[in-house]
Design a protein around this ligand. Structure first.
Ligand SMILES: [Fe+2]
Ligand SMILES: [Fe+2]
Length: 274
């Protein structure tokens, strides 16, 4: 089975690129399942219901999020009716929405998607390790679903690698998000889980993490905020990661980065384009 995950869409530039390209990519790679992180889709901060609908229309099966999930306050309400939108699983009990859910892929596979958030250099949350563990409740991967996918939204690569080893062999794929900068450590872990510390963002890389450079630089220099961060509006790079997953074991057999358009050196998984 072929699964594509796209990193955090930042603002109009990232959103437009993904909405325009996703139908083409679905077709070009014969994708069975697509997940995108949408936490920065609305002007860099959160997501609106309209954007949710547009992304699903364009071919996203699931939209994951992270620390910015509630930046657009309306998300607290519409998340309960947007079944394809997830928020981090390890918010306190009673938080609106869901952090894990089962979806059907184009090839008929049952896919469990989980979204969790790290705690190192981030806001206090329930323990992501115990929360994810509880969700899997000591069952084998294939006793739960055909594929288990985890978007671990975290700052520290150590915490993300720890989650990788914690779930190795118990999940099909674990991807890191949040830093908006792709890492080169994509690989298959010892027990068959496809892993990358950070997928990067879909946005303008002529920026600071997708934001117009002036204000973030000014804040580093002066330590005084002077205006709101604005998404950078140049041409976006679509940044993602592709997985080939074995139908029998539910584990990853191939993993490769996708980087298209914009400033980064283009790359596509060679096992999808030959
Ligand atoms: Fe983000
Ligand atoms: Fe984030």
């Amino acid at each position: 089975m072929r699964l594509l995950f796209l990193g955090d869409l930042v603002g109009r530039s990232g959103r437009r690129a993904v909405i325009e390209q996703l139908p083409i990519l679905r077709d070009r790679y014969s994708l069975d399942f697509v997940i995108v992180n949408g936490e920065n889709a609305a002007g860099g901060f959160g997501i609106t219901e309209e954007i949710c609908d547009e992304l699903i229309q364009a071919g996203a099966d699931v939209i994951t999020t992270g620390n910015h999930v509630w930046d657009q306050r309306q998300a607290l309400v519409f998340i309960d009716r947007q079944e394809r939108l997830l928020r981090p699983l390890n918010f306190p009990e009673g938080t609106p929405g869901r952090g894990a859910a089962m979806f059907k892929a184009a090839n008929g596979a049952e896919v469990l998607v989980m979204n969790a958030m790290g705690r190192v250099f981030m806001n206090e949350m329930d323990c992501p390790f115990r929360t994810v563990d509880r969700e899997l409740s000591n069952r084998n991967l294939r006793d739960i679903a055909d594929v288990i996918f985890v978007d671990f939204h975290a700052e520290a690569t150590s915490e993300k690698q720890a989650m990788g080893y914690f779930l190795d062999g118990r999940a099909s794929c674990i991807v890191g998000t949040h830093t908006h900068t792709p890492t080169a450590d994509y690989r298959i872990l010892e027990n068959g889980t496809g892993y990358i510390s950070d997928v990067g963002m879909c946005g303008d890389y002529n920026s600071i993490l997708g934001m117009d450079k002036v204000e973030p630089l000014q804040r580093f220099l002066s330590r005084i905020p002077s205006e709101r961060f604005q998404p950078s509006l140049g041409v976006a790079t679509i940044c993602g990661i592709g997985f080939e997953i074995d139908d029998t074991s539910g584990l990853t057999t191939k993993i490769g980065p996708v980087r298209l358009g914009g400033l980064l050196t283009p790359t596509e998984p060679d096992f999808w384009v030959s």
